[in-house]
Design a protein around this ligand. Structure first.
Ligand code: ATP
Length: 366
């Protein structure tokens, strides 16, 4: 995305709260979406992603807060007058219509002429690489093709904002990965502003310019996929991104930073501001942080673990290890086939100081 786009706020959400049956589902959520941006709402089931999306779509009213589109308030504008497109997992195609009729459906409702609608359907079929499928019946299509048609249908009326709620949730992983790449290309090619809801961090990383991680109705952290992955702000964020090596320690040296843990001292590359020697802290060691230690190299952070479990995953080997304190379990992804040890054997690993993230001292409980 160009920087230019980033500066043009398109949708602004301010202080939105929503309760169902006196249970707060969204708590004072404020968020900006830039024009042309693909924003992903990510979070565990029940954190309020869909409710926020439905409020943006106008399908649900907030109890408090406002929504602005290009500076104009839309909080109380009904859904059908917002010109937003929806692609929901359960927003299925009309089974009794052909592919072409499905794609043209929203166009007819908006008063497009038949000729314009026909031309637009062709454009969309080309975009989703389904030329020639216009007269096919929906039931003749594979799951992936149906999702392409659903995307074409939601894009056809040129929505100002496209909203996708777990659109690929029903598909298997391989097909989902393939369609994610295509979807991302299509949205970028069109410069389409989009909000994508998912609970799957890999999906979020693959599709989003910016990820908004939600927790219990609040925004926990937001940033580019790379920034969130490299700097998870809280233990919750780290855990949600699949990082399980979350430990506590005590800062024993500031320059260079060294943390004492229950199983030894660890050099870390960076510390957040404001920590003092003696402070207790929480940190995460990323799964790709470790590699086999070479006896001939003078490496730091070399620890000898006991292998508990090893599982070959192709590009990497997943290992679960017991730390030298005999109680801390850590998991790493070691490159390729670099570990062939058996359970019970000792494995010396060097942990990259740059792959240890220390959280702010004020961080919330994990
Ligand atoms: P999921 O991924 O499971 O859809 P989510 O993050 O999208 O989760 P929401 O669907 O927004 O979460 O739901 C948040 C909470 O609000 C849940 O506890 C849900 O049960 C509740 N909720 C959502 N819609 C309603 C409703 N119409 N009436 C009552 N409770 C609701």
């Amino acid at each position: 995305m160009t920087t230019n786009k980033m500066h043009m706020t398109f949708l602004t959400i301010t202080n939105v709260s929503k309760a169902f049956d006196d249970v707060l589902v969204l708590r004072d959520v404020s968020l900006d979406v830039a024009r042309g941006e693909v924003l992903c709402l990510l979070g565990p089931s029940g954190c309020g992603k869909t409710t926020l999306l439905r409020i943006i779509a106008g399908l649900e009213q907030p109890d408090q807060g406002q929504l602005f589109l290009e500076g104009k308030e839309i909080t109380h504008i009904p859904s059908h007058r917002r010109d937003f497109g929806l692609m929901f997992q359960d927003y299925v195609l009309f089974p009794h219509m052909t592919v072409g009729e499905n794609i043209a459906f929203g166009l007819k409702m908006r008063g497009w002429s038949q000729a314009d609608a026909r031309a637009r359907v062709q454009e969309l079929l080309t975009l989703v690489e389904m030329e020639g499928y216009e007269d096919r019946q929906v039931f003749e299509l594979s799951g992936g093709q149906q999702q392409r048609v659903a995307l074409a249908r939601s894009l056809a009326p040129e929505p100002r904002l496209l909203m996708l709620d777990e659109p690929l949730g029903a598909l298997d992983r391989t097909l989902r990965d393939q369609l994610l790449i295509e979807l991302r290309d299509i949205l970028t090619q069109l410069g389409q502003t989009a909000i994508y809801v998912t609970h799957d961090q890999l999906e979020a990383f693959a599709v989003a310019d910016r990820v908004v991680l939600m927790r219990e109705g609040r925004i926990e952290q937001q940033g580019t996929p790379e920034a969130i992955y490299l700097h998870p702000a809280t233990p919750f964020a780290a855990r949600f991104l699949g990082m399980t090596n979350i430990l506590t320690g005590r800062l024993i040296f500031l320059t260079p930073p060294i943390v004492a843990t229950s199983f030894g001292e660890l050099h870390v590359a960076e510390l957040p501001q404001g920590l003092h020697v003696g402070d207790r802290l929480t940190m995460v060691i990323r799964p790709e942080a470790a590699q086999r230690a070479h006896p001939s190299h003078a490496e730091i952070n070399v620890l000898t673990f006991t292998l508990i479990h090893r599982s070959f995953r192709g590009a990497h080997t997943h290992v679960q290890l017991l730390a030298p304190d005999g109680k801390t379990l850590l998991s790493f992804e070691l490159a390729g086939m670099s570990c062939r040890a058996r359970p019970g054997e000792k494995v010396a690993l060097a942990i990259d100081p740059a792959a240890i993230v220390v959280f702010e001292a004020t961080t919330k409980s994990p």
